[in-house]
Design a protein around this ligand. Structure first.
Ligand SMILES: [Cu+2]
Length: 120
């Protein structure tokens, strides 16, 4: 009787182990797929966006960092997205979705500051 119980415990342990392996494998797979999404950093300095143009794919993230001593924004030309006021060292990130407004964007305080996003 004792032997049968211990056999059953072993079977349950194996099932738990298989389940864990499946979970870990699934986690590694989802990490691998999300690793293909890129992060593009745009620095704002000297009243300019660097780089001025970003080519992004759906799923990518663009991060703006204000390295100037004055506030700036990164604002879609059609107003669809807006960082709001960014003080020095503030960051704003935008994840590109299929319907994200691309094209030119500006700083609302300094309309001569123009950047562009193209979505592949
Ligand atoms: Cu500005």
């Amino acid at each position: 009787m004792a032997a049968a119980t211990s056999q059953r415990v072993k079977v349950i342990r194996s099932a738990v182990l298989v389940g864990l392996i499946a979970l870990i494998a699934g986690g590694v797979f989802s990490l691998a797929t999300s690793a293909s999404a890129e992060t593009h950093v745009v620095e704002i300095r000297g009243f300019e966006f660097f780089p001025a143009e970003v080519n992004a794919a759906v799923g990518d993230t663009i991060v703006w960092i204000n390295k100037d001593v004055v506030p700036h924004t990164a604002t879609a030309g059609d107003g669809a997205w807006d960082s709001g006021l960014m003080e020095t060292d503030d960051e704003f990130s935008l994840t590109i979705e299929a319907d994200t407004s691309a094209g030119d964007y500006v700083c609302t305080f300094h309309p001569n500051m123009v950047g562009a996003i193209s979505v592949e």
